[in-house]
Design a protein around this ligand. Structure first.
Ligand code: MOS
Length: 732
């Protein structure tokens, strides 16, 4: 189904099932611990052996020798696979670092060997007997030092952002020089780790030249494509299955070493092999959100109108790696005739930087939305009013291009009212309760809404059950539930009559889970398949498909009503289709918006920051399920608090690795750290987003949160920290 004109009324608009706060249909499996995650698929591959991954002990250099004889002789060892046995395995298009193969070490904890044994403990013990010798080379590990050599590069986080290296509109320098009020500040964000609860894990099994991997992956079709390339196989000989994913955050968008090593280990062992990356390997062996150095310059008239806006971001990555696209939102968030955005990249030897939840906007807004707060203060304006004055309803770089929907102003106004913003004292350091300094902060949230092809197959059986099959994943987000709601709404059945099967590469390729595009696109793909299924049902019964009504488990035309199971007949009916968008995303800017409000308390003696309450007001098209959408947003708000206060991979600049590579040293907040979180969704539909009229919220909930926290800390203390995270030492 091609979708490239505004959606008209369709069966989803009935809102009998869609738009309801339905409990997750997979909830009982999750809460009883019976949803099988990749490492626990005991049913699929009998008698597996266990693989233990060895990561490189140096950050840069070459392996001169790997001595495995002691490991091979150790109890229970079945096979040892080393990186010297093959050339570097080819990468997928969105990755840089070699997953395995060859003598060259590009980064610390790059996989160099896999030990396979009868038990996990035997594999781990034998791994300690493998001796790897390196010829070490000096590396570049300090972004601040390497930034001098950074070069302009186009940005693409693998999520289609495609920012050019430098974009200019009007005369930024002239307008900035002439502006009566201006700001020129630099903000730095650290390397961050996805830190998903479930580690990267895979069971691999071969049947002749056919390979099946039960794994934990967000993007099944990409995974199949990239695994075929890595192993020089035909894609049709590969099956990926990933029905449950214990968190991804972008860390599982791509194939990781657990998949290729499980496959190579299973080939060597001639039996199924299971591999999980141990927690200490994940930070350095996989990808991370790269650190940034961001310079923001703003010029405005005394009336508060922005006349000049510039945002330049420098990040580092391995050779041929990509930049963090941190200027993305600055191209679209505020008006202003004279504009400059630029991305620069420094070549470095840390592990590969890549997409982490809201790549680009999440760190970019940590700079822009704090700069806006600072600028509002210089102008003597309320920061909400300053944002409203500079709202734009068109793409400021291409004024002929409108937003499909843009209700940022409404989000901010709603938030002002709900949060009690007018009780804020604009002068910092004024409110105090005992030892706590109190402050409020606000930031705009912005994240693009990406349109991407998504397919599904739906089957109606003689019992009236509708089964949906698509390779869409549920990474804890609620995909199972909103897909079931979509099929139930379209076919006129209760949700209990829908079976949803996800995450299998044998199913039609979907949008997958990434870039907050999953909900809108994958349900739109199910919508498309259901339209075809409705036509097939109508045709079988001789009904005019435009007039047939699907409700209460029946299909009705005129005064004839037939139960769906009967209409399907003994053999059932199947339909498959995909949603495609043509150039719709080019013609309209598709984005989601939020107002984030935060109140903090900062201990006047210790500098400890406590979040008191948070509010997010979101405008993101139709909300398909307010319960699962709220869960996405409060999880993201919690993650934003981490970005503001605690999350940072600490770089050992001598040896080139992330030091705090476990959950004891890499600190993430949890919901219990925040006593009150509220989420409001504006009552919005976006007829240009898809037939679902929905958008994503999973990343929007994060975007701007860290800045709102930072702005609240400033309001509480009068201390402006521009180097994140705002650990307590920076407030003393
Ligand atoms: Mo996300 S970084 O697109 O999983």
């Amino acid at each position: 189904m091609r979708f490239d004109t505004p959606a008209t009324s369709n069966p989803i608009d009935q809102l009998k099932v869609i738009g309801k706060p339905t409990d997750r249909i997979d909830g009982p499996l999750k809460t009883t611990g019976t949803a099988p995650y990749a490492y626990e698929r005991h049913d699929v591959a009998p008698n597996p052996a266990y693989g233990f991954v060895i990561g490189a002990g140096v950050a840069k250099g070459r392996i001169t020798r790997i001595e495995v004889s002691a490991a091979r002789a150790a109890p229970g060892v079945v096979a040892v696979v080393t990186t010297l046995e093959s050339a570097p395995l080819p990468n997928g298009p969105m990755n840089t670092a070699t997953l395995f193969g060859g003598a060259e070490i590009q980064h610390y904890h790059q996989a160099v060997a896999l030990v396979v044994a009868e038990t996990f403990e035997q594999a781990r013990a034998a791994a300690a007997l493998v001796r790897v010798d390196y010829a070490r080379q000096p590396g570049r590990f300090d972004l601040a030092a390497e930034a001098r050599n950074a070069k302009p590069v186009p940005g693409d986080s693998g999520e289609g952002s495609g920012a050019p290296p430098e974009d200019r509109f009007g005369d930024f320098e002239g307008a900035f020089a002439a502006a009566p009020v201006k700001l020129d500040e630099t903000y730095t964000t650290p390397d961050e780790s996805h830190a998903a609860m479930e580690p990267h894990a895979t069971i691999a099994a071969w049947e002749g030249d056919r390979l099946t991997v039960w794994t934990s992956n967000q993007m099944i079709a990409w995974g199949k494509r990239d695994l075929a390339k890595a192993l020089s196989m035909k894609p049709e000989n590969i099956r990926l299955d990933s029905p449950y994913v214990g968190g991804g955050f972008g860390g599982k968008l791509f194939l990781r070493s657990d998949v290729v090593l499980a496959a190579l280990g299973a080939r060597a062992a001639r039996r199924p092999v299971k591999v999980a990356l141990t927690r200490p390997l994940i930070a350095n062996n996989t990808t991370h959100r790269p650190a940034t150095i961001q310079r923001v310059r703003l010029g405005a008239g005394r009336d508060g109108r922005i006349t000049a806006i510039a945002h330049e971001s420098t990040s580092g990555n391995l050779k041929d790696g990509k930049p963090e696209t941190a200027v993305q939102q600055t191209k679209l968030l505020y008006a202003g005739a004279n504009r400059l955005t630029a991305l620069r990249l420094a070549e470095m030897d840390l592990p590969e930087g890549n997409a982490m939840r809201a790549p680009g906007e999440a760190p970019g807004l940590m700079a822009l939305e704090v700069a806006i707060d600072e600028m509002a203060e210089r102008l003597g304006l309320d920061p909400v009013e300053f944002r409203i004055i500079n709202d734009t309803q068109v793409d400021p770089e291409h004024p002929e291009r409108h937003f499909s929907q843009r209700q940022l102003v409404e989000c901010l106004r709603r938030g002002v009212e709900r949060f009690g913003w007018t009780n804020r004292d604009p002068r910092p350091g004024q409110r105090r309760a005992g030892r706590w300094l109190l402050g409020m902060g606000v930031a705009a949230g912005f994240r693009n809404n990406l349109l991407t092809k998504s397919g599904a197959r739906v089957r109606l059986d003689s019992g009236g059950v509708v089964t949906v099959e698509t390779d869409m994943t549920d990474i804890g987000t609620g995909s199972y539930t909103i897909i079931a709601q979509t099929a139930a709404e379209m076919m006129g059945v209760p949700i209990g009559k829908v079976v949803v099967k996800l995450g299998d590469s044998d199913f039609p390729a979907s949008a997958g889970s990434g870039g907050q595009w999953g909900a809108n696109n994958s349900t739109a793909g199910v919508f498309a398949a259901c339209v075809k299924l409705r036509e097939a049902v109508a045709q079988r019964l001789g009904f005019n498909s435009a007039e047939a009504e699907f409700a209460n488990g029946q299909v009705r035309s005129g005064n004839r009503a037939v139960p769906l199971g009967e209409a399907a007949g003994p053999g059932g009916l199947v339909a498959e289709d995909a949603i495609e968008y043509g150039d719709l995303a080019k013609r309209y800017q598709q984005s989601t918006f939020a107002g984030h409000f935060v109140e903090v308390a900062v201990d006047v003696f210790t500098g400890e920051t406590r979040i008191q309450r948070m509010l997010a007001v979101c405008a993101a098209g139709r909300i398909l399920n307010p319960k699962s959408a709220r869960s996405q947003v409060i999880g993201a708000m919690t993650m934003g608090v981490g970005a503001a206060l605690s999350e940072a991979l600490e770089v050992d600049k001598r040896h080139g690795f992330f030091v705090n590579h476990d959950l004891a040293g890499y600190e993430v907040p949890v919901h219990a750290d925040i006593p009150h979180q509220e989420v409001l969704f504006l009552d919005e539909v976006d007829p240009l987003s898809s037939p679902m009229k929905a958008k994503g919220v999973g990343e929007l909930g994060l975007c701007g949160v860290g800045a709102a926290v930072a702005n609240a800390i400033y309001n509480a203390t009068g201390i402006r920290v521009r180097d994140y995270p705002i650990t307590l030492d920076k407030l003393i």
